[in-house]
Design a protein around this ligand. Sequence first.
Ligand code: HEM
Ligand code: HEM
Length: 196
Amino acid sequence: MMLKNSSTDYGFIAKCFHWGTALLFLASYVSVYYRQWFTEAKTPENWTALQLHLSVGVSLGVIVVLRIIWRGINQAPESEPGSKLEHLAAHLGHYALYAVMIIMPLTGYLGTGVNTEFFFLFDVPKFEDTWLFTFIVQDLMGLSFKAFETPIDFIHKEIFGAWLVWLLILGHVLAALYHHYGKGDRTLKKMTSGKP
Ligand code: HEM
Ligand code: HEM
């Protein structure tokens, strides 16, 4: 099995990053909605679900940095034939997905009022307790945590979390299905079995 991408297929490492990221997105949604829909405030289950959301999100933040470094040193396979507009849309879509993979963990971390008990193994201190918060937000911007957190939470929950991320992923999945079943090209196979 090839580790690196070839001109025709994604390699094992890029596939692990891609499908691992997709699973972590799913896990972050399952944990947060489970917390909201199926648990009572201030119960141990409510706390566990929140901590799983934070732990999964922090993992995603670390993994996406590694993914972007790997993408930088390992060229993607060549695109399947298509119009200029299709290629442009695909590139813009991928950039937008990378942006979301950075924005979600970042806004989540910056706006969270509790430490992350990383899978209950060790604590990641909340942003408010770091020197960066004191230096940038308090001293330079002159803001309290509440004033800083409100717009960031709005972006994390209301704008991106509630619908923009879903919309982008839906568009991405539909595009993959269109390539596979509509055009019958190798776009999906490049990221899965690698078969001709
Ligand atoms: C891919 C990563 C992430 C995704 C997709 C995601 C998504 C979401 C969604 C959909 C919500 C609920 C929105 C609503 O109230 O309807 C939410 C809430 C929240 N997220 Fe994230 N999040 C991610 C990462 C993070 C990270 C890294 C942290 C912090 C370390 C974090 C902290 C929070 C907190 C504290 C809430 C409020 C929980 C609640 O009110 O139940 N998130 N997130
Ligand atoms: C069932 C879900 C998914 C399917 C079927 C799918 C399918 C694919 C396919 C076929 C490609 C290759 C496209 C090409 O080379 O032109 C791809 C690339 C990509 N996917 Fe997904 N994907 C899924 C979920 C996700 C999720 C959840 C994310 C991130 C939030 C994501 C982010 C990306 C990115 C950034 C690329 C570009 C990779 C690169 O060349 O750097 N995908 N996906």
